[in-house]
Write a protein that binds this ligand. Structure first.
Ligand code: ADP
Ligand code: X2W
Length: 287
């Protein structure tokens, strides 16, 4: 991009998207490789800050699975997953809460603030935003402190977004007796977007979207109906960490979120590319 004219054109092309999404809630699930690379992290913080400055209401829900694994391993605590969910005993729960609400949440908040935004970090315990109960056993496996969401209280989130703040949410839920629950961040992003009737929900991950063959980039599915997700899970096409993500996407679109996308967080400024272009990127979910 060389001339002033070309630069101005780029900004003008963004105008219809800014007009359409101004005042609208955009929930972004931040996770995977985009969270591990410093350069990508910086680009992510810039994108979120930009969305706020052009009048949208971005909300970040973050994960941190790899970071939790690293800390557990340093503490010689075994990591176990079942169906993409961490089997979370009491000891593991302490580490999960420490890593998510302590280190990761504050890193993201500080990063957005350094870009000129005003981020506020919280988890589902703060303001009792996410009420949860213990998840029943999955295929006979007791997942310990893994929670299922009962409700999302939108009051605090609306207070923040209607002002100059950007909420950054760690995926911890709160039980009725004050106990903490570990909830998959994709599930939290979906529930938050649904409760807020968000215009858009985007999942940043380490792959370009849902593929028919996870190993073959040419099999990327550009558009998928939420009705087809269960079949793809049953056929074993969607597995591992993509399981909660695909379920979360299908649920959000069925429950009224207008647009739901899985996009590749390893592409710098992937959020901007998705929002400010007609073709978008990644896998888009439809009803
Ligand atoms: N059909 C599929 N298409 C794409 N990725 C898939 C599929 N099935 C399983 N996966 C796996 O899911 C991973 C993404 O999930 P995960 O690593 O948990 O992401 P995140 O950390 O962003 O939540 C991909 O890297 C891929 O290995
Ligand atoms: C129940 C459950 O699995 N919770 C997740 C919460 C973090 C998360 O979801 O992180 P990613 O988005 O990076 O996978 C966990 O303990 O890893």
């Amino acid at each position: 991009m060389n001339t002033h004219h070309e630069r101005a054109n780029v900004l003008i092309e963004a105008l219809p998207y800014i007009q359409r999404l101004s005042g609208k809630t955009i929930v972004v699930k931040y996770g995977g490789a985009a969270m591990l690379d410093d350069n990508l992290k910086k680009r992510f913080m810039e994108d979120i800050t930009l969305l706020k400055f052009v009048g949208m209401n971005p909300i970040v829900v973050h994960g941190g699975g790899p970071d939790i694994n690293g800390t557990l391993s340093a503490l010689h605590i075994e990591t176990k997953f079942h169906n993409g969910l961490r089997v979370t005993d009491e000891e593991t729960m302490k580490v999960v809460q420490m890593v998510l609400t302590g280190r990761i949440n504050k890193d993201i908040v500080a990063g957005i603030n350094a870009c000129g935004g005003k981020a506020v970090g919280l988890c589902g315990i703060d303001g009792h935003v996410i009420s949860a109960h213990k998840c029943p056993p999955v295929e006979g496996v007791d997942l310990g402190c893994v929670g299922e969401i009962d409700s999302v209280d939108t009051k605090l989130l609306n207070m923040l977004t209607s002002d100059e703040y950007i909420p950054v949410i760690a995926p911890i839920g709160c039980g009725e007796h004050g106990e903490s629950y570990n909830i998959n961040a994709d599930t939290v992003a979906s529930a938050v977007a649904t409760a807020l009737k968000a215009e858009k929900l985007m999942f940043l991950t380490d792959i370009d979207g849902i593929r028919r063959d996870p190993e073959d980039p040419s099999t990327l599915i550009y558009e998928i109906s939420s009705m087809d997700v269960a079949g793809m899970i049953a056929d074993g096409i969607v597995s591992g960490g993509m399981l909660p993500k695909a379920k979360a996407c299908a649920k959000a679109i069925r429950e009224g979120v207008n647009r739901v996308h899985i996009i590749n967080g390893t592409i710098p400024h992937s959020i901007i590319l998705e929002i400010f272009t007609d073709s978008g990127i990644g896998t888009m979910f439809t009803k």
